[in-house]
Design a protein around this ligand. Structure first.
Ligand SMILES: [Ca+2]
Ligand SMILES: [Ca+2]
Ligand SMILES: [Ca+2]
Ligand SMILES: [Ca+2]
Length: 886
């Protein structure tokens, strides 16, 4: 027994997770589901009022030192895999000041050998006064003082605070029997049966997650392929930078490599269990060829078309938007169409902090001048012309273009210093909150007199301004970069941001519950996580539909071009590491809404800070931009949208460089994904890619990285299986690389390919002038291809069309066969893309549905290339990818 003077020992649980897994065993269960039944738990006097009702125990702390005491003499045999599960909701007792930030909680316990509370040891953990139910799963079994027979629990949810309301749905003691989830199969890893020249392979653990505790350890094993015992090669016990291991040099031969990942209770998969936990038959071969295999039958996810979003500075658009024609100069508007701009972010980043939307609506003559900040604490305004690209103009232009607007609302917090000119000098927070809710009302409320929040009927105002129908703006960001140095939108702490952001989210969603409200978050080029993120995800993930990190990379100062090149080429790996961590935060804190809570990459670009090399016009930036878009495609579960910063005009970091519509290198990857990627992302293996390391010499900004493939690739497929595309990035700075490219899963045996090849390249990695080439080719289902140095190559492939002399012959072919019919007569045109062709002798005919609108007349002679199918009415037809009017 320790002396009573000795401080009790507490383990600090840094991260706790929701939801007991299905297989876990509940040893004690106090669920407060019966009115008035305390299940043996007694609150201390400091919980001045308390009770059991509405499915939970509740107490309000009236003095310091509150706790609730569990039933005595429970006699539970302590087990090493025990965790305590508490489902709890915390807020202030005061209705007017409902939420607080973080709160330290503690649980202690008595055992058969520790029988006095003064000696009792326990755990502390952080909980959040955000008014949301959360299951805290607190591993205790691994602690030395969870031992012998546990006789009683004591829980202090807010012992150091008065005026807190605690609600507890249950307290349980559970055995963790569920191993962590993880995968090592990613596009940057190694594949089963791969031949690799890398004698020192690195395995990285991805998407790891445990229902109870953070994953604490990963072990890396090897054995000769298919035989013998697994040998432990190395262990990574440091979770702070993820889990990875580089094997010591392996001699040429075939190996199996496996990973075991442990939770805190010691649960782990046995080596080799689960296909995603090991690499079966990795062949170390210094002369291994590169092979890119498209597994077109394995669909990973939809392809998110909102990745072609763009950030703009709305103030600058006032200089060239034409409200009479609802257009911008044709050369620039054409570029927006060419990249199928998915999202327009408005009004901008830092300018959102001094954006007062109500001043941007109504007749131009009624609008006042516009003050905008200079993004550094000063002013650019007053702007000497009236706002012409206001909210209505933005919404109308987006409506015309088929673009989702994404709005950034002005962020203020209680007690903030008012911004000069337009802020309410007394209470800028309430004004900004009202403006945010009113902005949602103006854009989304029906014009039916419903008038949310009373006051001005903003839907009626919108109708009076010429747009009776709602705009239905879906995406709303609360502030721009509240974590950074936004001039008027960055509060002193993350907790202050969160508490105000809850009020914003509630006020805005009260007007339109269907909107997605997004909270400001950060992705640093340098670090895996930030203290900001470690606060905002726990406090806000239950309240918002998204977070908006700004993963601008690498912002390097390195003046050595070669090192800078490899740093830029490595940043997509760092991005993926950062996404892994945020995926875990969302899974831990969104209370079952993983998959619905997304990341809006609302400002990002590939740039350096070094003036020796222009910020992002290098060929290098084009490759890295394409590689980021690959990462976005492969992380659909967390990726909501991406907005490149900036579309036009910008400060040398723009997509469109001038009013003539000239573009920078970064334009081309967006053009490529917009026009050359299809509905679904399919699995793609790159085998045998040479690997590179990036070593940060101290001059760079990004973390060092090991074993990154020089060749990365991703593939997408049309939902109707008619067409597939593969994008390959060759990061090799000096050498072309020869690869075998295999599409054989996509076409029936013996059928060859018609390939459309598009390439982004430049004379050198520092060249400012991109070189785009495009050509058609015929290839067998797998073929050898030379990927040029520092290039992006996009292949669109279709099965080679079989020439059919007669319509009757085409109809004999099976559905899904691609055929070509030449010299047929159009005999009827039904819609802009549906028509009918017949033989000259009218002996047979078939319906044609063209992918693109056609300008045909009855009597036109056409050549049709397309895929045989069947209409909903059961009629044979051709889905045409090409219609040539001869
Ligand atoms: Ca577990
Ligand atoms: Ca290596
Ligand atoms: Ca580690
Ligand atoms: Ca109203």
């Amino acid at each position: 027994m320790k002396s009573k003077l000795q401080a009790a020992i507490f383990a600090v649980i840094l991260s706790v997770v929701i939801s007991a897994a299905q297989g876990d065993v509940v040893d004690r269960d106090w669920t407060f589901d019966t009115e008035g039944n305390f299940k043996g738990w007694s609150p201390s006097a400091q919980f001045g009022s308390n009770g059991v009702a509405a499915g939970y125990w509740w107490g309000e702390s009236s003095a310091i030192g509150s706790y609730i005491l569990g039933p005595a003499g429970m006699g539970l045999n302590a087990l090493p895999n025990h965790y305590i599960s508490i489902k709890m909701r915390l807020r202030n007792s005061s209705a007017t000041n409902a939420y607080y930030g973080s709160q330290s909680c503690s649980i202690r316990w008595l055992t058969n050998t520790c029988t006095e509370w003064d000696d009792a040891e326990g755990i502390t953990f952080t909980a959040y006064g955000n008014g949301a139910w959360h299951e805290f799963n607190l591993p205790v079994g691994y602690l030395l003082w969870w031992a012998g027979t546990i006789t009683q629990l004591r829980f202090e949810p807010c012992a150091d605070a008065v005026g807190r309301r605690v609600e507890i749905a249950w307290i349980r003691i559970v055995r963790d029997t569920t191993p962590p989830e993880f995968t090592i199969k990613t596009s940057l890893g190694y594949n089963d049966n791969e031949r690799t020249p890398d004698t020192t392979p690195t395995l990285v653990v991805r998407k790891y997650f445990d229902n109870t505790s953070d994953v604490v350890k990963a072990e890396f094993y090897k054995r000769p392929h298919g035989t013998g015992e697994w040998t432990l090669a190395g262990t990574d016990s440091d979770p702070s930078n993820g889990f990875a291991y580089t094997y010591a040099t392996l001699s040429a031969g075939a190996y199996d490599l496996a990973v075991r990942v442990y939770d805190r209770a010691g649960n782990a998969f046995t080596c080799g269990d689960g296909a995603d936990h090991w690499v079966n038959n990795l062949i170390i071969d210094p002369s291994a060829p590169i092979a890119i295999r498209v597994r077109s039958s394995k669909i990973l996810s939809p392809f998110n078309k909102l990745v072609t979003g763009m950030n703009i500075d709305s103030w600058q658009w006032c200089g060239f938007y034409d409200s009479a024609t609802n257009s911008i100069p044709p050369q620039i508007e054409a570029r927006a169409k060419e990249i199928k701009m998915g999202v327009l972010r408005y009004p901008f980043g830092c300018h959102a902090d001094t954006f007062y939307w109500k001043r941007t609506i109504g007749p131009l003559s009624s609008r006042s001048t516009w003050y905008i900040n200079d993004c550094g604490g000063g002013w650019l305004g007053p702007i000497p012309f009236q706002t012409v690209f206001g909210v209505d103009e933005c919404c109308r232009w987006c409506e015309k273009m088929g673009i989702e607007p994404q709005f950034v609302v002005r962020f203020r917090w209680p007690g903030c210093t008012p911004c000069p000119v337009y802020d309410d000098p007394v209470d800028p927070y309430t004004q900004a909150l009202q403006d945010a809710a009113d902005w949602v009302e103006y854009c989304n409320s029906p014009n039916d007199g419903s008038n949310p929040n009373g006051g001005i009927d903003w839907a009626a105002v919108r109708a009076a301004n010429g747009h009776p129908a709602p705009y239905n703006v879906k995406y709303w960001e609360i502030g721009n970069e509240p974590w950074a140095n936004d001039p008027y939108g960055s509060p002193p702490s993350a907790e202050i941001y969160c508490l105000a952001a809850i009020a914003y989210a509630n006020a805005m969603k009260a007007v339109d519950p269907t909107i997605i409200v997004s909270a400001g978050a950060a992705i640093s080029p340098k670090a895996l996580t930030t203290t900001w993120d470690e606060t905002v995800y726990p406090l806000l993930a239950a309240h918002v539909g998204a977070f908006h990190p700004h993963p601008t990379a690498p912002k390097s100062n390195d003046t050595n071009l070669e090192r800078l090149y490899w740093e830029v080429m490595s940043t997509s790996k760092h991005l993926e590491d950062c996404l892994d961590l945020r995926r875990r935060l969302i899974r831990q804190w969104s209370d079952g809404r993983y998959g619905d809570v997304k990341l809006l990459m609302s400002e990002w670009e590939i740039r350096t800070t070094d003036t020796t090399y222009p910020r992002d016009v290098l060929c290098t930036a084009g490759l890295a931009t394409a590689d980021y878009l690959r990462v976005y495609a492969e992380n659909y579960d967390v990726l909501g949208s991406s907005e490149y910063s900036i579309f036009y005009p910008g400060l040398s970091d723009e997509i469109v460089k001038n009013s003539a519509g000239d573009v920078s290198t970064a334009y081309y990857p967006f053009y490529m994904v917009a026009n050359r990627c299809f509905d679904e992302v399919v699995e793609t293996h790159v085998d045998g890619s040479p690997r590179f390391d990036y070593v940060n010499s101290g001059a760079g900004k990004c973390p060092s990285q090991t074993d990154l493939p020089l060749i990365t690739a991703f593939a997408t497929k049309a939902a109707d299986d008619r067409v597939l595309s593969l994008t390959v990035i060759n990061k090799d700075k000096t050498n072309s690389r020869t690869a075998m490219i295999d599409f054989s899963e996509f076409v029936p045996a013996g059928v060859s390919l018609e390939v459309d090849i598009w390439e982004l390249n430049a004379a050198s990695i520092s060249a400012n002038t991109p070189i785009i080439t495009q050509r058609s080719a015929s290839y067998p289902a797998n073929f050898i291809y030379d990927l040029p140095a520092h290039s992006v190559t996009s292949f669109i492939v279709r099965p080679t069309a079989q020439d059919k002399a007669r319509i009757s012959e085409a109809k004999e072919a099976a559905n899904s066969t691609r055929v070509r019919l030449s010299g047929k007569i159009v005999t009827a045109v039904f819609e802009k893309n549906v028509f009918y062709v017949e033989e000259a002798d009218r002996s047979a005919g078939i319906m044609i549905v063209s992918d693109k609108p056609v300008q045909l007349e009855v009597g036109s002679i056409v050549t049709i290339t397309g895929t045989l199918g069947i209409s909903p009415d059961g009629e044979r037809r051709i889905l045409a990818d090409s219609v040539i009017d001869s």
